[in-house]
Design a protein around this ligand. Structure first.
Ligand SMILES: Cc1ncc(COP(=O)(O)O)c(C=O)c1O
Length: 383
């Protein structure tokens, strides 16, 4: 049997990792918070980046090669035909999304989001001087057409330009939005003149026993939308920056207004890593998703054994578990209690929506089964 990709011990990870997950908290706190994986690296990426550095191939990047690699991967994985002429390499997903939102809305203008959702959506909307309007998910973690309609109506009142920032699949709930849900979103957006930007960074980590990922730009009515994708989550390459912003056929004209300087922040080595991952790292990804799937099952067993009061919906995608801790009596921010009393760091639910995340915590299960067991044991000890 081959060595597991998610097999590193806590001691090895503390020795080897200097990224934020492993250094932000004191050493007696076990970190299962930010969306980084404790996985062994993909060999194709190691080879490509090491070889590039050895060759001295460390200059500026060249976008078309990256776009072609994303197009090849997307076509073979999801049957999605990307028009690389309407695509632009950008520094990372959030910077790409933020630039698109800036293009599509006015200073102080509305950007609709669906909490609970990735916390940096809130930060970036703020940072670009836009106003956030919430259209919360349903209690089942699904897009809510009524909430979207109400938010789109409020956002566009008085003829304001408005955009919707979609998280597909959704962090932190792990929801894979269905073709029908996405088509309904597209229809509502068109009806109200709201432009959609889809963040599809989590698309590579979707489990085989659930629904398949649907790229937003492939659903009817999404022609005026945008997508931003990077393999950085699937292959754990967040420190090797690059991403691709893509326009639907009805949005290509807007896209030409995105200044060419927006391509400059992408890292050439990041792009080399990502191209290698998408071209030669697909077996690695399949193995990794298999191990994550086993961890998903293990987490379910551990929670029912040690923390039966925690409710959760098994995620269809991502390596993140959205834990409803409201019955534990730990207050609005259970992650804080787990951290202070149990010495285990989860992400605070409130970061993902002040109302929708109250009493929730997000646990990252992309770690070894041993670390996961220890984490749940520590959480239980905090009760
Ligand atoms: C939904 C989502 N989008 C974007 C990011 C960050 O991506 P990037 O570093 O490419 O901006 C994350 C990171 O966890 C994420 O969960």
């Amino acid at each position: 049997m081959s060595t597991p990709l998610l097999g590193a011990s806590e001691a090895e990870l503390r020795r080897d990792r200097t990224s934020v997950k492993w250094v932000a908290y004191p050493p007696d706190v076990l970190p299962l918070w930010v969306a980084e994986m404790d996985a062994a690296p993909c060999p194709a990426v190691v080879d490509a980046v090491s070889a590039a550095v050895r060759r001295g191939d460390t200059g500026y990047g060249w976008g078309p090669r990256y776009a072609a690699a994303v197009a090849g991967y997307a076509q073979e994985t999801w049957g999605w035909e990307i028009d690389t002429a309407a695509a632009m390499i950008v520094p990372d997903v959030m910077i790409g999304a933020a630039e698109l939102l800036r293009l599509l809305t006015d200073e102080g203008g509305p950007v609709v989001v669906s909490p609970p959702v990735y916390d940096s959506f809130f930060g970036f909307v703020d940072a670009i001087g836009r106003r956030r309007v919430d259209a919360p998910l349903t209690g089942e973690g699904r897009l809510d057409p009524e909430a979207l309609r109400t938010a789109f109506r409020a956002a566009t009142a008085g003829g304001r330009r408005a955009a919707y920032l979609l998280c597909n699949p959704q962090n932190p709930t792990g929801t894979v939005h269905s073709p029908a849900e996405l088509a309904s979103l597209a229809a509502l957006a068109e009806e109200h003149g709201v432009r959609v930007v889809a963040d599809e960074i989590h698309a590579p980590v979707v489990y085989a026993d659930g629904p398949a990922f649907t790229p937003y730009l492939t659903v009817p009515g999404a022609e005026r939308g945008f997508s931003v994708f990077s393999p950085s989550k699937g292959w754990n390459l967040a420190g090797l920056k690059s991403a691709l912003a893509m326009a639907g056929p009805g949005a290509a004209d807007d896209f030409t207004r995105l200044h060419e300087v927006n391509t400059h922040g992408s890292s050439h080595l990041g792009a080399i890593a990502h191209v290698a991952a998408m071209a030669d790292g697909r077996d690695w990804l399949a193995r990794l998703v298999g191990e994550l799937d086993d961890n998903r099952t293990l987490l379910g067993r551990l929670l029912s054994e040690h923390l039966p009061g925690v409710r959760w919906r098994v995620p269809e995608a991502t390596y993140l578990a959205w834990l409803d801790c409201r019955d534990l009596g730990l207050g609005d921010d259970p992650a804080r209690v787990f951290r202070d009393r149990g010495r285990v760091a989860l992400a605070s639910g409130r970061n993902y929506g002040p109302a929708a995340g109250r009493g929730f915590a997000r646990l990252n299960f992309a770690t070894s089964p041993q670390v996961l067991e220890e984490a749940v044991r520590r959480m239980a000890s905090a009760l």
